[in-house]
Design a protein around this ligand. Structure first.
Ligand code: FUL
Length: 510
């Protein structure tokens, strides 16, 4: 009894002493804003390219068709949201206006909108909403996924370099104001369109919340138009403070430099240029700039089919191909924006829905096999100020995004171990750096204890860790202890999470 009282008193004194814990490490160089951090956690979401091109078979519509061309036979935005939500996608971004200039919402800025076509008129007569952006936003909300819009800065409809004889003499023959030397102010028109989108409301009056606004960088004409990126950003910030503004170079998220669903193994969340600077090349965007001037993480936009818009004859990528993309993007700290284009019915094609379902099954079967539980034993080469309660290695397996294992300032390398309790067949790892305080780690290794007491490096080429790294092994290894070693960092490393993937034994089903 007495002994117990002494133990309790000692424990109390010890826990009081650790409340005066050493301060957390100072943030290192650039850090993400709250909106960027939340966006990074979305990881996988869909792009929906939908509009006149769906019906003309074009990819870059030349703005020759009239709104009547937009004629989905069975449009059901609820089906989009349901398919995507069931496939574990966290949101959808709809082409409110693609390069051809047709607006999918009821804008007051142009006559060139689907709302002026016979499909919309008929729907309205029948008492239904015909504003495709609003309909999609409502469906996203209904199925609990995020919503975002794409608004193409390049606007062929207004670009004098792109002749439109097909619209001559119609109400769609509108002033050609795109370009620095054209009459009129295209930036003002764009700001108006952006403002309409960021202030849009659902039919019941609730404001539509956007998680991302996609400002495409492409321009296929020679017309030079200097865009007012700062002005565009201000409009988004004012009305949608939580929305990430995507542009070729930010400001909130950057292009990954290709449209094929991969990035190079090394990927930094920072770069040193803004939208107003010369464009980086593809590879420069893939890699980013270590210790760069701006926190501008990469997003990979890729396609389930060959084109961005639906074309019936194109094959749909298999679940396995999509899984490969996922590992080369999300598994390398880059968000994956996967295009799933609605067809001419206005539905996600059955084949695409089936492949998304298989993709979700594969993700689950591969990644949802964490052997680590918070009660397991951990140890580390050292702990910040010896304060294991605040910064110990158990923080890596506690399931919290707010805690991490770290060491004293100036300690740039070190290791932490987790004892799995008994032998398992380990075949993969998911590691996360605590990026809320910056990106620091340049190299890491993961070892598995084999033959009693030696560690064998099973991941030996870990590079920039960042938000999340998924390392899958070609062959499972029988082990009961795992060691994560940080072998290069530019400031004391902060490890937020380590998941060890595997099953009971190597002969069992994976
Ligand atoms: C590109 C565009 O030119 C494509 O049509 C597509 O919208 C893709 C996502 O971005 O820049």
């Amino acid at each position: 009894m007495k002994y117990n009282i002494w133990v309790r008193a000692a424990t109390l004194l010890w826990s009081l002493s650790i409340t005066a814990a050493q301060d957390a490490p100072a943030p290192y160089m650039q850090v993400p804003s709250q909106r960027q951090l939340e966006w990074q956690q979305q990881e996988l979401y869909a792009f929906l390219h939908f509009g006149p091109n769906t019906f003309t078979g074009e990819e870059w519509g030349r703005s020759q068709s009239r709104p009547d061309i937009f004629n989905p036979t069975d449009l059901d935005t609820d089906q989009w949201a349901k398919v995507l939500a069931e496939a574990g996608m966290k949101g959808m971004i709809l082409t409110a206006k693609h390069h051809d200039g047709t607006c999918l919402w009821n804008t007051s800025t142009t006559a060139y909108k689907t709302g002026n076509g016979s499909w919309a008129k008929k729907r309205e007569q029948d008492g239904f909403d015909a504003d495709v952006v609003r309909m999609a936003a409502g469906s996203a909300k209904k199925y609990g996924i995020n919503f975002g819009v794409y608004l193409s800065p390049w606007d062929i409809h207004r670009d004098p370099a792109m002749p439109k004889p097909g619209l001559k003499g119609t109400i769609y023959d509108e002033p050609q104001i795109f370009g620095d030397s054209s009459p009129g102010d295209y930036n003002a028109l764009y700001v108006q369109q952006l403002t309409e989108l960021v202030t849009m409301k659902l039919a019941d009056g609730t404001p539509i919340e956007l998680f991302e606004v996609w400002l495409d960088g492409a321009s296929g004409s020679d017309t030079v138009q200097t865009f007012n990126w700062t002005g565009f950003r201000d409009v988004i910030r004012q009305h949608q403070p939580n929305a990430v503004m995507w542009g070729h170079q930010g400001p909130d998220a950057r292009w990954v430099g290709n449209e094929d669903g991969f990035t190079l193994p090394t990927n930094w969340h920072t770069i040193s240029r803004t939208q107003d600077d010369v464009h980086y090349s593809g590879e420069e965007l893939e890699v980013g700039v270590r210790d760069g001037q701006y926190w501008t993480p990469a997003e990979s936009d890729a396609r389930i089919r060959d084109g961005w818009f639906y074309h019936a004859n194109e094959p749909s990528k298999s679940g396995a191909a999509l899984m490969d993309m996922y590992l080369k993007t999300v598994g390398r700290s880059v968000n994956l924006l996967l295009d799933v284009p609605p067809d001419t019915r206005g539905l996600i094609a059955d084949m695409d829905a089936a492949n998304l379902k298989e993709f979700a099954r594969l993700r689950n079967a591969t990644l949802n096999r964490n052997l680590v539980t918070p009660d397991l034993k951990t140890s580390a080469s050292s702990v910040r100020d010896g304060d294991i309660v605040s910064y110990g290695p158990a923080k890596v397996i506690d399931g919290s995004n707010d805690t991490y294992w770290t060491m004293d300032d100036g300690e740039l390398t070190g290791w932490m171990e987790v004892d799995l309790g008994s032998s398992f067949c380990v075949d993969g790892f998911i590691v996360q750096e605590h990026i809320a305080f910056g990106q620091r780690i340049g190299r890491y290794e993961i070892g598995a204890m084999v033959e009693g007491s030696t560690y064998r490096a099973v991941v030996s080429n870990g590079t920039s860790m960042g938000y999340k790294r998924i390392d899958l092994l070609e062959k499972g290894v029988e082990t009961s202890r795992i060691r994560l070693r940080i072998t290069q960092a530019n400031a004391v490393p902060l490890i937020q999470s380590l998941q060890v993937l595997g099953s009971r034994n190597c002969t069992g089903p994976l």
